[in-house]
Ligand binder design. Structure first.
Ligand SMILES: [Fe+2]
Length: 496
């Protein structure tokens, strides 16, 4: 393991390049249209301190950079499964990191933020993020993968001001269950002790940790947040996110008035007031000494709602955010940063990688309902059995059948013909998770759905193969065209 003193010094060195940005927005280029959003904010006299932009095409991102020369931009990455023990051996890893660094450079981003979560593990694919296994070995692997990404980022860095890049690791939400043997704050402490990354603390994600662990049965939310923050490496938190929470469309509102709602992370939904109370508690914590930015995560949210929430958040929190950032920067000047970047390597032996690969195979089988939730990592999930059951029985089937492309709408003729033969679409969920399969391209859930559905139809109704193939071709072509024609959307007037 690298010397934690050097790691801390290198983090300080990277952090020094990041100015205090204050309050901003984490956005998508297209949803809602970023130019329309920024113009509407401007009309109301609001200018975000920065924009954190979600992964898009390189062309779209450089259009954004050119159109908004006066706004600081940061990058929210996607698709690097740094939780996975075999990610560096993936044939797409190098290509995915290269693409990400290209995008970072094209917007002269201040950092690369990436969720500590994955949509693929051990050959199984999911549509939405799944949290990592919270174990000691898993933390080591995350650190080793971040070290590798950081080396590539350093090598290809093209910041005009010569600043070295910063990797920010975001604590992901829980979606009904927790799996692991160590606490979440301790896990992030292990990672931060090994690599010079910063962290993103998402307040809504923190609420889901309270809701979907035994904590909500044992203590008040306020006490939970206090204890969590005392253990979490808060001195590494560079950015705070706050976004909406809502019950998932597949589950609906809880009927009982006594239970906490079954909210999950939902960027399109309003920010509940309880999260603002939690944000107050976080900002008041004395260990929060590296804060540079607080963003409302607003991708997919209606513009009117964004403007209202942002105006209110600035009014309520801007002074305290400024104070918190000032407290940190005065401390930093008294610390000695590393004179030049250190090359951190976190060795993980092959047998440990294999062990974690096996753990993730079991993880995928458990959450897809193909293995019982037993063993030390699953004690918490067993105590809150309703959570894992919700995920397996309702959330996950909905994701495979409807989310990111509704099968009946994607393949109308084939689905009608399957129904006539008595083949129920829910069988596709079991087919999807029946066995692991090697990756054939960089992660794309829509393309994967098309590919897997064709295979399903071939197996279950060979005579429908031609029909399915025809619908597949139409979908693939439309998808490729949609990705091309989406570019002009950002060719709008320069933001004055
Ligand atoms: Fe977030």
């Amino acid at each position: 393991m690298p010397d934690s003193g050097f790691v801390q010094q290198d983090f300080q060195r990277r952090l020094r390049n990041i100015p205090s940005l204050g309050m901003g927005l984490s956005v998508d280029v297209y949803s809602p249209n970023l130019f329309e959003l920024v113009n509407t904010l401007k009309e109301r006299g609001l200018q975000p301190g920065y924009l954190e932009v979600f992964k898009a095409t390189a062309a779209a991102l450089s259009t954004v950079r050119q159109a908004m020369p006066d706004i600081s931009l940061a990058y929210h990455g996607e698709g690097l499964w740094i939780t996975q023990p075999d990610v560096q051996a993936s044939p797409f890893f190098q290509q995915d990191v290269d693409e990400m660094v290209l995008q970072l450079n094209s917007i002269q981003s201040l950092w690369l933020n990436h969720e500590c979560a994955m949509k693929q593990m051990a050959g199984y694919s999911f549509g939405t993020y799944v949290p990592p296994l919270y174990t000691r070995l898993s933390a080591e692997v995350v650190a080793a993968n971040i070290a590798a990404v950081l080396q590539m980022m350093d090598r290809q860095n093209r910041r005009a001001d010569g600043a070295v890049p910063l990797f920010l690791l975001e604590m992901p939400p829980l979606t009904y269950f927790f799996a692991g043997t160590i606490s979440i704050p301790y896990f992030f402490g292990l990672v931060a002790g090994s690599v010079p990354c910063g962290l993103v603390l998402d307040i809504g994600h923190l609420w889901t940790v309270y809701r979907y662990t035994t904590a909500c049965r044992r203590m008040s939310l306020e006490r939970f947040v206090g204890e969590f923050l005392d253990e979490f490496p808060l001195d590494r938190v560079v950015e705070i996110h706050i976004a909406g929470l809502a019950c998932h469309e597949s589950i609906g509102q809880s009927t009982s008035g006594e239970e906490l709602p079954e909210w999950i992370d939902a960027h399109a939904a309003p920010i509940p007031s309880i999260l603002l109370t939690m944000l107050e508690q976080v900002l008041a914590h004395s260990n929060l000494v590296s804060l540079r930015a607080v963003a409302l995560e607003v991708d997919t949210k209606p513009i009117e709602m964004i403007v209202g929430e942002y105006a209110e958040a600035v009014r309520r929190f801007s002074p305290v955010v400024q104070q918190t950032m000032a407290r940190g920067t005065s401390l930093e000047h008294s610390m000695e940063p590393a004179p030049h970047p250190i090359s951190v390597q976190v060795p993980v032996c092959q047998s440990d990688r294999q062990q974690l690969h096996d753990d993730y195979t079991r993880y995928a089988q458990i959450i897809s309902g193909h293995a019982p939730a037993t063993g030390p990592e699953w004690q918490d999930a067993a105590a809150e059995a309703i959570g894992i059951t919700r995920y397996r029985m309702v959330y996950l089937p909905y994701e495979i059948l409807h989310w990111g492309g509704d099968l009946a709408e994607m393949f109308p003729q084939t689905c009608r013909a399957l129904a006539e033969r008595g083949v129920c679409l829910t069988e596709f969920v079991a087919f999807w998770f029946r066995s692991p399969r090697p990756l054939t391209h960089s992660y794309d859930f829509f393309l994967l759905k098309i590919e897997r559905f064709c295979e399903f139809v071939t197996e279950r109704a060979l005579d429908l193969q031609g029909c399915a193939q025809q619908e597949c071709d139409i979908l693939r072509q439309a998808y490729a065209e949609a990705n091309e024609v989406v570019e002009p959307v950002v060719e709008m007037e320069r933001i004055q």
